[in-house]
Design a protein. Structure first.
Length: 385
């Protein structure tokens, strides 16, 4: 139960958050320093985003490996839709940050509102298109009965509320485009902790709440998303980063799509391919599907790291191109490739070594741990590529 209103929460946070704006001059500081200052908070933010599903997987593992397998299969489809959100988010960061770099502040404020409307529309389209397909999509995987039921229940709630996820990702991208990469980290931390608390309460029926099991995990995640949306929107209003009318040159919807579709397709196919692999893996039982689901979440952390670097780079490049500093934009791109590769390589080595312990954190079933360990030790050596 919230003991104070969201508005009061935002007021208490804003005094601290406003001084947490990016601590680098993107037009003067060393490109590597600027890139790190912009990317690091986004990397943490993306890891926290991934953390929602990791929390769900952890608690579902306590219900049993069948629940873990069912939700593992459905989360691949959830993450595929999250990948599609990049159709909006990448364009927001690139377009609005360029408006600001060119000194067109009113245009940037107007395009903030336009981008949120686009996110809303895309979220609704995802729900309308995918919700009727949930049962057939899960049926195609041919999971065991308990796993099948868990997968359908989780996916139904997540797809019904797809618009909430799209708005959340769009709102935090607006913050990044305006140069504030630290506030989203704090907001995501708050909602992540909220998810940690509400997931077991709703799943296991603690206190006055009914035992909802798989549905509880999904509801807790959606509720956390919703609270995040409210906090982000209030902060954006307080900072006057949005204008509810046309001002200056609008960013056409097709430009959002043209900028965002490479990242969107990459993110979608990264996850959707696992849906088809899950169909093959299901032949070997819940151990195999659950192990692959855990492995996917672990390797995805490296992917989210790379996306964080890309988002920071988009802000840096947009701001410098807007100011006419093409050489600085190029230097930032080269630096991004270098340090993303090094960090990914280190993460791969650590994961390879500690694979059994990582898998058993979610579920200690010997068969699942063995298959999950094999999965990670095959995949991680090529993760950097």
């Amino acid at each position: 139960m919230l003991l104070f209103s969201v508005d009061q929460m935002a007021d208490s946070m804003i005094a601290r958050l406003l001084k947490n704006r990016f601590s680098t001059d993107m037009l003067k500081d060393d490109p590597v320093k600027s890139l790190f200052a912009l990317s690091f908070p986004i990397i943490i933010l993306n890891i926290l985003r991934a953390g929602y599903n990791i929390v769900d997987m952890f608690w579902l593992g306590k219900l049993g490996k069948e629940y873990l397998a069912g939700v593992s299969a459905s989360i691949f489809l959830v993450w595929a839709t999250h990948g599609l959100s990049s159709l909006v988010t990448v364009g927001i960061i690139a377009g609005i940050s360029r408006n600001i770099g060119e000194g067109k502040i009113e245009t940037a404020r107007s395009n903030t509102w336009r981008s949120l409307k686009l996110a809303l529309v895309l979220g609704i389209i995802i729900t309308v298109f995918l919700f009727p397909l949930i049962n057939p999509l899960i049926e195609m995987i041919k999971l065991e009965p308990v796993a099948h039921k868990a997968g359908v229940e989780y996916l139904q709630i997540m797809m019904a509320a797809a618009v909430v996820g799209f708005l959340l990702f769009a709102l935090h991208s607006v913050m990044i485009a305006w140069g504030d990469t630290k506030t989203p980290v704090i907001v995501y931390t708050v909602t992540f902790l909220l998810n940690i608390v509400t997931s077991p309460v709703l799943m296991f029926g603690l206190g006055p709440f009914p035992r909802l099991e798989t549905k509880g995990a999904a509801i807790a995640t959606v509720f956390s998303y919703f609270i995040g949306c409210i906090i982000f929107f209030v902060i954006i209003l307080k900072n006057k980063w949005i204008l509810f009318k046309k001002a200056g040159e609008e960013i056409p919807f097709k430009r959002y799509i043209s900028v965002g579709y490479p990242v969107a397709l990459s993110g979608m196919f990264f996850s959707i391919i696992y849906y088809f692999i899950a169909k093959i893996t299901a032949v070997f039982g819940s151990d195999a599907v659950g192990a692959m689901g855990i492995g996917h979440k672990v390797e995805a952390l490296a992917y989210f790291f790379a996306r964080g670097v890309a988002a920071g780079l988009s802000t840096f490049v947009g701001r410098n191109l807007g100011a006419g500093f093409e050489d600085r934009a190029k230097a930032g791109a080269i630096a991004a490739v270098k340090y993303a590769g090094v960090v990914s390589a280190v993460y791969s080595v650590i994961t390879f070594i500690f694979a059994p312990y990582i898998i058993s954190f979610f579920n200690s079933d010997p068969g699942l741990v063995e298959q999950g360990t094999n999965y990670l030790r095959i995949v991680m050596p090529v993760e950097t590529l």
